[in-house]
Design a protein around this ligand. Sequence first.
Ligand SMILES: NC(=O)c1ccc[n+]([C@@H]2O[C@H](COP(=O)([O-])OP(=O)(O)OC[C@H]3O[C@@H](n4cnc5c(N)ncnc54)[C@H](OP(=O)(O)O)[C@@H]3O)[C@@H](O)[C@H]2O)c1
Length: 297
Amino acid sequence: MAKIAFLGAGMMGQPMVRNFLQGGHAVTVYNRTPDKARALEAFGATVAATPRAAAAGADVIMSSLTNDDASRATWTGTDGALQADLKPGAFAIEVSTVSLTWVSELNELAMARGLHFLDCPVAGRPDVAESGQLKIFAGGRVEDVDALRPVLAAISKSVTHVGGVGKGITFKLIYNVMGAIHVAACAEGMFACEAAGIDIAVAAEGFSTGATGSPHVIRHARYMAENKHEDPVQFSGRMRIKDVDYGIRLIESVGAQSVIGHATKAVFAQMVEHAMGDHNDSELIDALRIAHGRNPA
Ligand SMILES: NC(=O)c1ccc[n+]([C@@H]2O[C@H](COP(=O)([O-])OP(=O)(O)OC[C@H]3O[C@@H](n4cnc5c(N)ncnc54)[C@H](OP(=O)(O)O)[C@@H]3O)[C@@H](O)[C@H]2O)c1
């Protein structure tokens, strides 16, 4: 069983830590806001006051954090994980959705400290993380990925080795741009139906059972039709914009295009413009209603 340092006890981090503990691993958790880490003590986690203290002597150091800035601060700050008394040959794993630029830099920094680095971004919402059924897209040396499979099994249903370091996050960002396009198309389609006088429950049923019915459309059309505002936030409009932004930059850096990605970012930007950036991404339809002079649901 591994000694795991887990950095970031957010919506995704909390269930991942619980599943590592359930799998018999020893987990030390750091979170910027200490109460969220302390909530995991009841499940058997140890709480560290700094990333540096959490990472000391760990076999695996894993982070699940908002974005590049959060990851940089947690790994490289004065009390960051890379300042720790590290176990030689330990693994550093970034599971957050961050930019390829930052992953490449973090890999260099981790290697300089004798760590084996892997980018292992995850697909699946917090409820999927809770059930230990995330999909992992791994970037790193094949022998490192294989060495970690028994550990990653505690949080995931599949680990796809996409390629060398950086290829996991490369695939995940392109995947998330495509996913965001589905959600934006769903919101625009649902709103267009409503504006045209079609019952949106009928629209949701039609979009979900026809050729348009991707898993994203099925999930979000139902949420939009049911106006599920009271549900806890699982993935916000602001997070969608962050992912699409990193994704577009990556796609354009390799000489490809993301015309629809740019449009999708502009569609989600309406959530921020209408003070809904921290709401669930399904509420995009409300931002469209407001933008077009209608009342939100
Ligand atoms: N939610 C999803 O459905 C989902 C699915 C797949 C992947 N992801 C990715 O998983 C990662 C975590 O997402 P989440 O949903 O767990 O988000 P979250 O609940 O908002 O948690 C974000 C975490 O980052 C920390 N953080 C933010 N800014 C920081 C800073 N400047 N310095 C140090 N720590 C900072 C937060 O600490 P505090 O508690 O102190 O704020 C918290 O631990 C993101 O990269 C996201 O894109 C999310």
